[in-house]
Design a binder for this molecule. Structure first.
Ligand code: SF4
Length: 397
C-alpha cells in the first residue's frame, strides 16, 4: 500500500467495510455481492479484511476515526461474529473516537436478537435496515428475501436491543407502482418511527436481470417518478424530517455522518472488494472480486483496481457536484479560498435558477437547490461546470 502517507495533524477519517455476501441477489442490484453462504469463502474474506486493516492502520497514523460503516452486500447475513472481529481489529489498529458513529446495514430476514445484542455490546450504534417496500408482492417481484411483517418485527427487535439511531431504506418508481401506492407506502413505513430515511428512485442498471426485462416491467415514467419525489418530500417534511441530501432525510439532526463525508469531501478508507477510498489526496478503488481480494492480501500483491490523483480543478468540480446534492450547499468564500477560482460566473447561473425557483441563497450566504431544483440538478450542475471550466484562476483573494 505505497500510496498512504504519514500526516502530522489529527484528521477525521471514515472507514467503510464492504461485506460482499447476500442471501440471494435482488433483480435490480448492481452492487458487488455474491448470493452465497460458503463458510470457507467467508472465513477467507474475514481474514483478508483483518490483515488489510492491520497493514493500513499502521501506515496511516494521525487520523481519528469518527465514522465506521459496514455496508454491502448484507452485513447482517455475514453475521455478528465476523463483524465484531473486524471492529475489534479496527480498534486495535486505528485511533477510534469514543463517540464514533458505527453503522451496519441489515436486511429484515437476517436479524436476530442475538445478533443485535452482540453488535450493540461491541459498540455498533446505528442500523440501516433495507425495507424497500411495504408490499409483499412487490418485494417478491424485486427478489427481496423478506416480507414487510419481517421488517416491522426487525424494527421492534432493533429498538429492544437499545439502538437509538435507525435508518430505513426505501425505493420508489417500482414496477407497476402508482403515486398513490408510494404515498401509502411512506405513511405506512413512517409508523415504524425511524430517525432517518433514505429513499432512492429505482435505476435500471445494465447487467442486472431487471435490465433485460425492463420493457415489460411497467416502470413508472419520468413524470410519475418526479411526482413521487416531490410528494415524498412533502410527506416526510410533514412528519418532522429534514431533507439534508437529494435522497436522505433525518429527524433530530441525526444525519448519516459517514455519508456526509462522501458529499462534503471528507477522507475515508475502504476495505473489502470494490470498496473505494479518498485519502491523502488520492482516490482509489479495490478489485471487484472477493477471490482476487483475498489472494492479493495473502500474497501481498495488487488489490487496487484504479488510483486517481485528483487535480485541484477537478476537486473544484466535485465540490459543486457533491455539495449541491446537500442542503448545506456551496458558499462563495469557501469556493474562492479553497480553489482560487472566481465564484462570480457561478453566481450568475445560480441567480438565474433562483428566479426560476430551483435554487435558494440562505441568510448565511450558502446556495442550495430546492426540491424542484434537485429534480434537474444534473443540468444545473452541468451549466456550473461549463462556467467553471472557462474561468481563469484568481490572481489574489
Ligand atoms: S440485499 Fe442489497 S446488496 Fe444484496 S442483492 Fe439485494 S440490493 Fe444487492
Amino acid at each position: 500500500m505505497p500510496i498512504l502517507t504519514k500526516r502530522q495533524n489529527k484528521t477525521p477519517l471514515g472507514l467503510y467495510i464492504h461485506v460482499p455476501f447476500c442471501r440471494s441477489k435482488c433483480q435490480y442490484c448492481d452492487f458487488y455481492s455474491l448470493a452465497c453462504k460458503e463458510d470457507k469463502l467467508m472465513d477467507g474474506y474475514l481474514e483478508a479484511v483483518c490483515d488489510h486493516v492491520k497493514e493500513t492502520g499502521a501506515l496511516a497514523p494521525g487520523y481519528k476515526v469518527d465514522t465506521i460503516y459496514f455496508g454491502g452486500g448484507t452485513p447482517s447475513f455475514f453475521g455478528a461474529d465476523g463483524m465484531a472481529t473486524i471492529l475489534t481489529t479496527i480498534r486495535r489498529n486505528f485511533d477510534v473516537d469514543n463517540n464514533a458513529e458505527i453503522t451496519f446495514e441489515a436486511n429484515p430476514d437476517s436479524i436476530s436478537d442475538k445478533l443485535l445484542h452482540r453488535l450493540r455490546a461491541e459498540g455498533f450504534n446505528r442500523v440501516s435496515l433495507g425495507i424497500q417496500s411495504d408490499d409483499d408482492e412487490m418485494l417478491k417481484k424485486l427478489g427481496r428475501p423478506h416480507t414487510f411483517a419481517q421488517a416491522a418485527t426487525a424494527v421492534q427487535r432493533i429498538r429492544k436491543a437499545g439502538y437509538k439511531n435507525l435508518s430505513l431504506d426505501l425505493m420508489y418508481g417500482l414496477p407497476g407502482q402508482t403515486l398513490r401506492a408510494w404515498q401509502d407506502t411512506l405513511e405506512h413505513v413512517l409508523t415504524l418511527n425511524p430517525e432517518h430515511i433514505s429513499c432512492y428512485g429505482l435505476k435500471v442498471e445494465e447487467g442486472t436481470p431487471l435490465y433485460d426485462y425492463q420493457d415489460y416491467a411497467k416502470l413508472p415514467d419520468d413524470d410519475t417518478q418526479a411526482d413521487m419525489y416531490l410528494a415524498m418530500i412533502e410527506i416526510l417534511k410533514g412528519h418532522g424530517f429534514r431533507q439534508y441530501e437529494i435522497s436522505n432525510f433525518a429527524r433530530k439532526g441525526l444525519y448519516s455522518k459517514h455519508n456526509m463525508k462522501y458529499w462534503t469531501g471528507g477522507e475515508y478508507l475502504g476495505f473489502g472488494p470494490s470498496a473505494s477510498s479518498d485519502f491523502a489526496g488520492k482516490r482509489f478503488t479495490l478489485c471487484r472480486s472477493v477471490h482476487d481480494y483475498i489472494n492479493g492480501i495473502k500474497k501481498k500483491g495488487q488489490i487496487i483496481d484504479e488510483v486517481q490523483e485528483i487535480p485541484p480543478r477537478e476537486r473544484a468540480g466535485e465540490y459543486l457536484m457533491l455539495r449541491l446534492r446537500t442542503f448545506s450547499g456551496i458558499n462563495a468564500e469557501d469556493y474562492e479560498r479553497n480553489f482560487l477560482l472566481p465564484f462570480a460566473p457561478l453566481e450568475d447561473i445560480l441567480e438565474h435558477n433562483r428566479n426560476l425557483g430551483y435554487a435558494v441563497l440562505t441568510e448565511d450566504n450558502r446556495w442550495h437547490l430546492t426540491p424542484k431544483g434537485f429534480l434537474i440538478s444534473n443540468s444545473i450542475i452541468s451549466d456550473l461546470l461549463v462556467a467553471q471550466d472557462k474561468s481563469e484562476p484568481l490572481k489574489r483573494l
